[in-house]
Design a protein around this ligand. Structure first.
Ligand SMILES: *Cc1c(COP(=O)(O)O)cnc(C)c1O
Length: 401
């Protein structure tokens, strides 16, 4: 799955270009940089890959979500619907914006469902921060219906699903703005980094300024120009962008291999009684970074994971394992343990985070076992995985029967 599996000479060459000039800053210094603009080239590669009009590279996927929320005008006191199954960065970004996360149910797509969103709406709902989980995509037709019906702002955290799409439109491009992560574990990495994408020039310009203390970057004369908004520093360095550029070029190959292996795994493991899979709303748009198994119930899934771990196989269940991707593990959030005071403490939330009523999410995430798909696998390794998973599932169910 991770881009780091395919790290090689091209990355070293791109990094070396930057080391030769010593120009690590993405703006200005034209004379010294020898016409090397890695951040710009990285952004152009992302636009090409996902079909976005604008891409803006920043320091992380988390700050890309922050930029997307800010540029979309989401701030103090706004209710934002989020899933309870995501990397916690999504929820943190909403909290740091001064906004109020409101948790809605996910379903077998592992993403927010339209039904879940409808139930979580209040008169104060302003936006949805939709997360495309485990390399797959949400069911966009039904979600766009709710978005339009209730005139909501849609922001997408596609941190785990860059290069995934639904009916030909990339994740991240369905709403006002979207975010991708380029951390060490994603389909492509910049060592650390993230990218915000949008098709709206106004949103792009806002994010561009917001991520660099409000500078408008007009005329490549940073520092002397206008400052349309107050911002902060979420800049990416030229070194990180250099890696991100090559890694983005590798994505079509990685995605193709991932899909080939995932299809094979699903075909074989689909024959094992008790095994089904997370719903993929558009299988042709899967980035296929994860194989997502659903077992009959949480208890069985937990036992199967224990068997797999004993057999040295790296599948994990987010509900049992402290993977930090599910609300059950977010005690600091439930108890609102914060460093600085957050907007939610002042404005209040329409739900009690410590006692959320989310039976569907509990049931689905409890049954889920995910496997990272590795682009460097051989078929012999995949067959061994299939054997071990089948054996574990069968053993646990025989004991139960
Ligand atoms: C990885 C991830 C992030 C955070 O990205 P970083 O680059 O690590 O900051 C945000 N959201 C989701 C869904 C992620 O998987």
């Amino acid at each position: 799955m991770p881009g780091t599996e395919l790290y090689g000479a091209e990355e070293r060459q791109e990094i070396n270009d930057v080391l030769e000039t010593g120009m690590f800053f993405r703006y200005n210094h034209d004379a010294q940089r020898n016409n090397i603009w890695k951040a710009r080239e990285f952004e152009a590669e992302v636009c090409k890959l996902v079909g976005a009009k604008y891409a803006h590279a920043v320091s992380s996927g988390s700050t890309a979500v922050q930029c997307a929320l800010a540029a979309a005008g989401i701030g103090a006191g706004d209710e934002v619907i989020v899933p309870p199954f995501t990397y916690i960065a999504t929820v943190e970004a909403v909290l740091i914006a001064g906004a109020i996360p409101v948790f809605a149910e996910v379903d077998e797509t592992l993403c927010l469902s339209a039904e879940g969103i409808r139930k979580a709406l209040t008169p104060n709902t302003k936006a949805i921060c939709l997360v495309h989980m485990c390399g797959q995509m949400a069911d966009m037709d039904s979600i766009m219906e709710v978005v339009k019906e209730h005139n909501l702002i849609l922001v997408e955290d596609a941190g785990q699903a860059m290069a995934a799409s639904y009916k030909g439109v990339s994740t991240g491009l369905w709403g006002v703005a979207g975010a991708y992560s380029y951390d060490f574990f994603k389909i492509a990495t910049a060592a650390e980094g993230g990218v915000m994408v949008t098709n709206d020039e106004r949103i792009y310009k806002l994010a561009d300024s917001y991520s660099d203390h409000g500078h408008d970057h007009v005329g490549n004369n940073r520092g002397m120009e206008q400052h349309p908004v107050i911002g902060f520093n979420f800049r990416i360095s030229e070194l990180h962008a250099a890696i991100g550029k090559v890694q983005t070029q590798r994505v079509p190959y990685v995605r193709e291999k991932n899909n080939e292996y995932k299809k094979y795994l699903m075909e074989k493991l689909g024959q094992v009684p008790g095994v089904s899979f997370a719903t993929i709303p558009d299988p042709s748009g899967d980035s296929a970074t994860f194989l997502n198994l659903l077992l009959p119930d949480t208890e069985t899934a937990g036992k199967v994971v224990a068997e797999l771990n004993a057999a040295g196989v790296g599948g994990f269940n987010y509900w049992y394992t402290n993977m930090y991707h599910f609300i059950n593990q977010w005690d600091h959030l439930k108890e609102m343990r914060t460093a600085a005071r957050l907007g939610v403490e002042k404005f209040g939330a329409p739900q009690d985070y410590a006692n959320l009523d989310i039976p569907k999410s509990q049931e689905v995430i409890g049954r889920l076992i995910s496997f990272g798909i590795r682009v460097t696998w051989t078929y012999a390794e995949i067959d061994t995985l299939i054997e071990k998973v089948s054996a574990a599932v069968q053993k646990v169910q025989q004991v139960e029967a």
